[in-house]
Design a binder for this molecule. Structure first.
Ligand code: ANZ
Ligand code: ZN
Length: 821
């Protein structure tokens, strides 16, 4: 009979729901396991294949852990604020709240249809006051500690989305992450969270967590801790000083000019009158460039001289002062001592503007007279450096820094690339910032007992410039909490990364009213044990969440240092090797395959396609193979309907008392148990599915076994199947005659250790591509022994004796290939 996937899947989904099978008792903390996927961004009403690939396999992992006896908590929710819903509203007139709630409803029914083991009592969405009230409360706590502050700063502005973007939201080509429009620079007064306060801890904490190395490296580079020295250069004919930041004080004798960031305040003070026009023009010309563009190594260097000169403190040399956009105002001191001989950017700049290039570090294996073809940036011996000549440059760094400090000309210091987190957004669909601006009292935080500041429903989404909330009179006009005078609310909303920086805490009790989250539960359940989501979140969400977690710890709300103990990034599913996209027309619609094959087949095929962290390439044919496996499995269990209601298997058998067929099956099923266990545990679902397929093939002779061995085998098969194909697994379990869901009384079998040893395998011997013999061998027999046995086999001898052996290839435990001439 054809497997009626739809009725069976719906039947089990209803059962799980009615019996609340997946409700987690959070008061039980022995064996707790918090398994989390990044919550869904409901910008469309559909779950695309990437969602399925994130959620399906992770759910299988969670189910497997539940069967193994863990008290698993697997919640799901919606990251519901954000730009796409608002942009959609501008286009269609449909209110972001309406479209978002509609999308959530549709997505929710798809998640049910997928068959996720979610504890729906823990469901949350970020766009409701009961959630975002606590973003506002968090803001106030940060504010109290001086970690939320407002300042006027040059920001990345998307002219199309009409909002500020974080540095991370500007793409490599200077485009807006959301719409691709070229991002410009603009000065605005904005709110920041002082993540830099935690820079060192964010670095150190990486040693304590089990995350992909690549992601850790990205965070390390993003934080960009750099040890260097600040050195003062005096300015000819002026009392002002230029303080530069350098990581290479050993090259101080090689300075041939100094560069200021064009925005540096000194520029206006020191520029000579004859140079003023050119300098102003230059500053104007670079205004629209983003940081990314300015520092791009491929961009042609530009700059102009100021006509002023600086004095090198170490040798009294006079060098010209330039301004150039490759020096950023926001890093270090905004001033650079340029050493073209040993810095690539300076080298390029000096070549272009004919500035002198001085060699002060000798590359090993070269001579002092050799011309520099490019900057030499590595360690070498110091030359042309006065009393430091002959020192290795890394020793020179220390020596010169010491001397500079002794003479009061500067100091050693640490710089970070990390910037404070700019959280103001000039948009509507987000959390209102809980601050009131009063003419008399200045910025006044909204008192905690007046939270939440509710986002109004009726607004004009596209006012002429500024935030939509600024033109909403009922919202913006209020009274000052301190003096009672008329005052205005802050018109901006928070970056949605604030919402996602603590949602894993709220899941534990989303309706908690006494605080942001229930600290007692958080102390028992957090860190999240396994967190699964896209690698694109490496430096934004995953860094912000770590920061906020540490802050919450510091104000006594959690007792752990890190939010996510183990992190896994799923790979991507491609189609014909290419990323799926509408323009390429190669998008796979999950619904089409869901309707044709059901959720189990679709989920299992996604897992079967490749190693989870790499992803795989979609094939319409590939899914057919998984469907066939499901059919054959169902047929097998149909044939043994009810068998476990009157027959019981022992938990272990003495293999000497088993028939040959029984023994083979007994061994295979135990080996599969061991394999599936360790494979799922390590997110290697593809090999786990393959192991089950192999087991099914080995069950051809199950009819020849005694009934109790059949029960022994099929019970184990169903249990292993249950996490990978949740509905079919339940169905098979129940076909055997079990009364309850396998998840109600979780069953997972440990393998019989004795059955794992002495396994034999059949090695196929091919001569010139044709199968000539099959040899039974103990598993993992060393190749040399295999060769011996193969060439002593009578059948094989007949094909190879007297011939020349051209090639031999052994695929361990499988094939021995011989090519003869
Ligand atoms: C002189 C020098 C000589 C430098 C040399 C490098 C090599 P990290 O490692 O990223 O900290 N720098 C300093 N402030 C800058 C700014 N605001 N904008 C652009 N560049 C800036 O890089 C530190 C180095 O970057 C500093 O060391 C400085 O150039 C440059 F052979 O000083 B160096
Ligand atoms: Zn006031």
């Amino acid at each position: 009979m054809k497997y009626p996937f739809e009725s069976i899947e719906l039947k089990w989904q209803k059962y799980w729901k009615d019996k609340k099978v997946f409700k987690t008792d959070l008061t039980k903390i022995d064996n707790k396991l918090y398994v989390l996927v990044m919550f869904i961004y409901p910008s469309a009403a559909k779950m695309h294949i990437g969602h399925w690939y994130n959620y399906g396999p992770t759910d299988s992992f969670a189910r497997y852990k539940k069967l193994k006896g863990f008290n698993v908590f697997e919640p799901m929710g919606y990251d519901a604020f954000g730009l796409p819903a608002e942009n959609y509203a501008i286009k269609t007139g449909i209110h972001p709240q309406d479209s978002t709630l509609k999308n959530i409803k549709d997505i929710r029914s798809m998640l049910d249809r997928m068959g996720g083991m979610y504890d729906w009592d823990a469901e949350l969405m970020t766009c409701v006051p009961e959630y975002y009230k606590w973003n506002q409360w968090l803001f106030l706590q940060l504010y109290k500690k001086g970690l939320a502050y407002r300042k006027n700063a040059p920001v990345n502005w998307c002219p199309s989305c009409q909002t500020v973007l974080a540095r991370e939201q500007v793409l490599g080509d200077g485009g807006c992450e959301r719409c691709g429009t070229t991002v410009i620079q603009k000065n605005l007064t904005q709110w920041f969270f002082k993540i830099t306060e935690y820079a060192d801890e964010l670095l150190d904490g990486l040693n304590k967590i089990d995350w992909p190395e690549k992601t850790k490296t990205m965070q390390i580079n993003w934080i960009g801790k750099s040890y260097g020295t600040e050195i003062d250069f005096s300015i000819e004919g002026s009392d002002e000083k230029i303080r530069v930041f350098t990581t290479r004080p050993d090259t101080l004798f090689g300075v041939t000019y100094v560069v200021l960031a064009p925005e540096n305040e000194l520029v206006q003070k020191i520029t000579k009158p004859e140079y003023k026009d050119a300098v102003d023009k230059y500053i104007e010309s670079i205004k629209s460039l983003t940081e990314v563009e300015r520092t791009s190594t491929t961009k042609e260097k530009t700059g102009v001289p100021t006509g002023a000169y600086a004095i090198n403190p170490i040798n009294g040399e006079k060098v010209p002062i330039w301004i150039a956009d490759y020096v950023l105002a926001t890093y270090g001191t905004g001033c650079v001592m340029a050493v073209p001989g040993h810095d690539e950017r300076d080298f390029e700049f000096a070549k272009k503007f004919n500035l002198p290039i001085k060699k002060v570090i000798l590359q090993p294996g070269t001579n002092e007279e050799d011309e520099l073809k490019e900057a030499y940036t590595d360690v070498g011996v110091m030359i042309n450096s006065g009393k430091y000549n002959g020192l290795s440059s890394d020793v020179g760094i220390e020596k010169i820094s010491e001397d500079i400090e002794k003479q009061g000309l500067g100091k050693r210091t640490v710089n970070y690339r990390l910037r404070d987190w700019l959280i103001s957004r000039q948009r509507y669909w987000g959390t209102p910032i809980p601050v009131i601006h009063c003419d008399k009292c200045g910025e006044v935080p909204v008192p905690e007992d007046q939270l939440p500041v509710v986002l109004p429903y009726e607004v004009n989404f596209k006012p002429d410039g500024g935030s939509p909330l600024a033109s909403c009179e009922e919202f913006i006009n209020t009274t000052c909490p301190e003096c009672g005078a008329p005052a205005r609310r802050d018109p901006d909303t928070m970056d949605t990364f604030v919402d996602s920086s603590w949602y894993y805490l709220r899941y534990l009790n989303p309706r908690y009213e006494e605080g942001m989250f229930d600290s007692e539960l958080a102390n028992n359940w957090v860190p999240v044990d396994v967190y699964v989501g896209g690698a694109e979140h490496a430096t934004m969400h995953l860094l912000y969440a770590r920061f906020i977690h540490k802050f919450l710890r510091d104000i006594g709300l959690v007792n752990s240092d890190e939010p996510f103990q183990k992190l896994i990034h799923q790979g991507t599913i491609t189609n014909q090797g290419a990323k799926m996209s509408k323009s390429k027309g190669n998008v796979v619609d999950p619904n089409e395959f869901l309707e044709k094959y059901g959720s189990d087949v679709f989920r299992m095929y996604l897992m079967f396609m490749g190693p989870y962290e790499l992803g795989g390439d979609w094939s319409d044919k590939g899914i057919v193979g998984v469907d066939r496996f499901v059919q054959r499995t169902y047929t097998l269990f149909e044939n043994y309907r009810g068998i476990a209601s009157d027959t019981h298997a022992k938990s272990k058998y003495d293999m000497n008392e088993l028939s040959d067929d029984e023994k083979k099956i007994y061994q295979k099923v135990n080996q599969t148990l061991a394999k599936v266990d360790s494979e799922i545990d390590n997110f290697r679902f593809n090999t786990a599915v393959a192991a089950l397929m192999e087991l099914l093939n080995e069950l051809k002779n199950i009819d020849n076994c005694r009934k109790e061995i059949q029960v022994y085998t099929l019970e184990r098969f169903a249990s292993m199947l249950a996490p990978l194909a949740p509905h079919l697994g339940e169905e098979c379990w129940s076909l055997l005659g079990k009364e309850k869901s396998i998840y109600e009384k979780p069953v997972w079998f440990e393998p019989d250790a004795e059955a794992l040893i002495n396994e034999t395998v059949t090695v196929v011997v091919q001569v010139n591509g044709k199968v000539r013999a099959k040899i039974e061998l103990p598993v993992d027999t060393p190749e040399r022994e295999v060769k011996n046995i193969v060439f002593n086999d009578d059948k094989i001898k007949g094909y190879v004796d007297g011939k020349q052996i051209v090639k031999e290839i052994y695929v361990p435990n499988k094939i021995y290939n011989i090519v003869v001439k």
